[in-house]
Design a protein around this ligand. Structure first.
Ligand SMILES: [Zn+2]
Ligand SMILES: [Zn+2]
Length: 57
């Protein structure tokens, strides 16, 4: 998924934050202009990091 480029200046984005659970980058930033992308929430990771919260189906 190297499709990410800055919306403002078009430069390549760099990893700003990684998921605590799966270590996949979930937020990117542009050190050219300071643009920071939205943080992607991994729902499954959040659930597993909370020790398997049981959800009602
Ligand atoms: Zn930029
Ligand atoms: Zn994750």
């Amino acid at each position: 998924m190297k499709d990410e480029s800055c919306r403002r200046c078009g430069n390549d984005l760099e990893v700003n934050k990684k998921c605590d659970v799966c270590y996949i980058p979930n937020q990117m930033y542009c050190h050219e202009c300071g643009y920071v992308s939205d943080e992607q929430i991994h729902v499954q990771c959040m659930i597993s990091s909370k020790n398997h919260v049981s959800l009602v189906n």
